[in-house]
Design a protein around this ligand. Structure first.
Ligand SMILES: [Zn+2]
Length: 577
């Protein structure tokens, strides 16, 4: 594909099942491969034959995954090329819907296979429980309900994406309005915040109605699958084998007792620096000393070069990986016309190499993003040796440990980008951000626990439940005159609408990342060795083992959180503002 930033890369291991020249965008070539796997599942009688079959299935899954990834990369690097878009959409619309039920059939054949129980447990336990779960939860009557859920989710995205305001004679999206909250001019900030808030509130009725429909559909899905509440169903569906709703509740309590006091201190500090009586919702993003934004680099090559130096100083193995990505041109980082917005890390599943996409423009957020995405890339590189496709990816709770740790570890060397004072300012922003995000995660998670365990609740009861959570987790922000806006604040959190219950993962991962960072304060070389060892396990072990290998506890109570918050607080005390 000519539109890719990198040359074609050979598979990490030569193919043994999928024909080397196969066109994976052509179902007439893909379908027969599924036919063959289905027929062979019924023939293979012993453990060795079943393991061999699993590897061939892995190879096909990886080949399809890489085909999809390449088309996605080509499209996002060339949004102005209609052919690239067509090629991606063709794959999503014709190959994926046909492959999905066939993948499910293979999963069922595996689960029903007589030799399955004789597979070595230490090797296959995680794969086995994940695949069994997939088969156990399937209900044909839920297929149309899942389609209905997806359509409602799409309506949420459409509605929130369509909102604009008129500001200074120009129509602007709510995302574009975000940057005015960083303006030193307080009246301007208030005006911008007020416009956005008012615009969202005008759609409050629609957001509530959409959410009611989503809750109804989800509860029906759960009932069909034999679960008393959608919360019980969601915990299974999300593969949460290793923690329970009670663990999440312990996390909420820990955030309340450990993080909230620090958040209140930080808010008081901000209020004093800004010289204000009270902190209003539009005072939270501006620099408290009214300094201009940080400018870490001019040219993207400088960003890459300095990031390379940071990894050189951190760990030889990681440094080599990042250098290799540059050599193979697996980075497309500069913002330019004709590129999709945002950033992501993607993996070419057959070549077993990572790719990073970004839109760097020279702000501190770019430095955070490259460190974060490089963490994901290191994870992909660390699992190259793994032949079972499913094991080359870890659960999200641990994937984000890989990336968030790299932000904290990389921040130790920010002087590559800044003067010492500026580097400290960036570090402060990062750590303050953590103290702000933990309470928000706890509120968003606790809210969903409430919603799905109070069936038949009224809109007013739901609003009251959210308002109580804002009292618990909001800190000292003065919402006087904007009480309704605060009561509806959850409307802006996409996950609540389109990925139910999926959010606390970021809190859990941040607990891991802070532990890796804390360990590195004691012994950096050892912390990095453990980090790399844990990454190399991919998804082959349960979460407590992955955390354990990284030198972390997989536990969300005060006992884990308190020392980490104490470290952040001590660090903040050392950093001049
Ligand atoms: Zn990430």
């Amino acid at each position: 594909m000519a539109l890719l930033p990198f040359d074609s890369l050979p598979p990490y291991k030569s193919r043994r099942f999928v024909p080397p020249g196969a066109d994976l965008g052509d179902w007439s070539q893909v379908g027969p491969l599924f036919d063959q796997l289905e027929a062979r599942a019924r023939e293979c009688a012993n453990v060795a034959a079943l393991e061999n079959w699993l590897l061939d299935w892995s190879e096909l899954s990886a080949a399809l995954d890489e085909e999809s990834a390449k088309r996605y990369i080509a499209m996002t690097c060339h949004t102005d090329d209609p052919e690239a878009e067509q090629a991606y959409l063709r794959f999503v619309e014709t190959i994926e819907p046909q492959a999905k039920p066939r993948q499910f059939t293979l999963a069922r054949l595996y689960v029903d296979h007589p030799a399955r129980v004789r597979l070595p447990q230490d090797r296959y336990a995680v794969f086995d429980r994940d695949t069994r779960l997939q088969v156990e939860l399937f209900r044909p009557e839920n297929v149309p309900l899942e389609t209905a859920e997806a359509k409602l989710s799409q309506q949420y995205q459409k509605l929130s994406g369509s909102l604009t305001v008129s500001f200074r004679g120009e129509e602007r999206t709510l995302v574009q309005m975000g940057r005015y909250l960083e303006e030193p001019d307080r009246a301007l900030r208030q005006e911008a915040w007020g416009l956005v808030t008012e615009r969202r509130l005008r759609e409050a009725g629609k957001f509530e109605e959409l959410f009611d429909s989503l809750v109804d559909v989800r509860q029906q899905i759960a009932r069909n699958a034999g679960f008393p509440t959608y919360r019980d169903y969601a915990f299974r569906r999300l593969g949460r084998f290793d923690y329970t709703p009670a663990d999440c509740e312990r996390f909420h309590e820990a955030v309340e007792t450990e993080v909230l006091p620090v958040l209140r201190e930080l808010q008081a500090d901000r209020r004093q620096r800004l010289g204000l009586e009270t902190l209003r919702p539009w005072d939270l993003a501006v620099d408290p000393l009214n300094r201009p934004p940080l400018r870490p680099f001019e040219r993207v090559e400088d960003m890459v070069g300095r990031t390379q130096i940071i990894f050189n100083r951190l760990d030889g193995g990681l440094a080599e990986g990042f250098q290799e990505m540059q050599n193979l041109r697996l980075l497309d980082l500069a913002n330019r016309k004709g590129k999709a917005p945002g950033g992501y890390q993607s993996t070419l599943a057959e070549a077993r190499v990572p790719f990073i996409f970004m839109n760097a423009v020279g702000i501190q957020r770019d430095v955070e993003t490259i460190l974060h995405e490089a963490g994901h890339a290191f994870h992909a590189l660390a699992t190259r040796h793994e032949d079972l496709y499913a094991y080359r990816a870890a659960p999200i709770e641990f994937c984000e440990v890989a990336s968030m740790s790299m932000e904290l570890l990389g921040n130790e060397f920010l002087e590559e980008f800044y003067s010492e004072a500026e580097a400290n300012r960036a570090r402060r922003m990062h750590l303050e951000g953590l103290m702000t995000i933990f309470p928000w995660i706890a509120a968003v998670d606790a809210f969903q626990h409430w919603v799905y365990t109070h069936s038949g609740h009224t809109g007013a009861e739901r609003t009251a439940a959210w308002t109580a959570l804002m009292e618990r987790f909001g800190g000292d922000v003065d919402w006087k005159g904007y009480e309704t806006a605060r009561a509806n604040l959850w409307h802006r959190q996409l996950h609540i609408f389109i990925h139910a219950f999926y959010y606390i993962e970021y809190g859990i991962a941040q607990l891991g990342a802070l532990q890796v960072w804390a360990n590195s304060r004691q012994d950096r070389a050892r912390a990095l060795t453990e980090y790399r060892r844990a990454l190399a396990l991919g998804g082959s072990r349960p979460l407590p083992d992955l955390f354990g290998a990284a030198g972390c506890r997989f536990e969300f109570s005060r006992a884990t959180l308190a020392p980490l918050v104490a470290l952040v607080r001590a660090e903040l005390a050392k950093l001049p503002s």
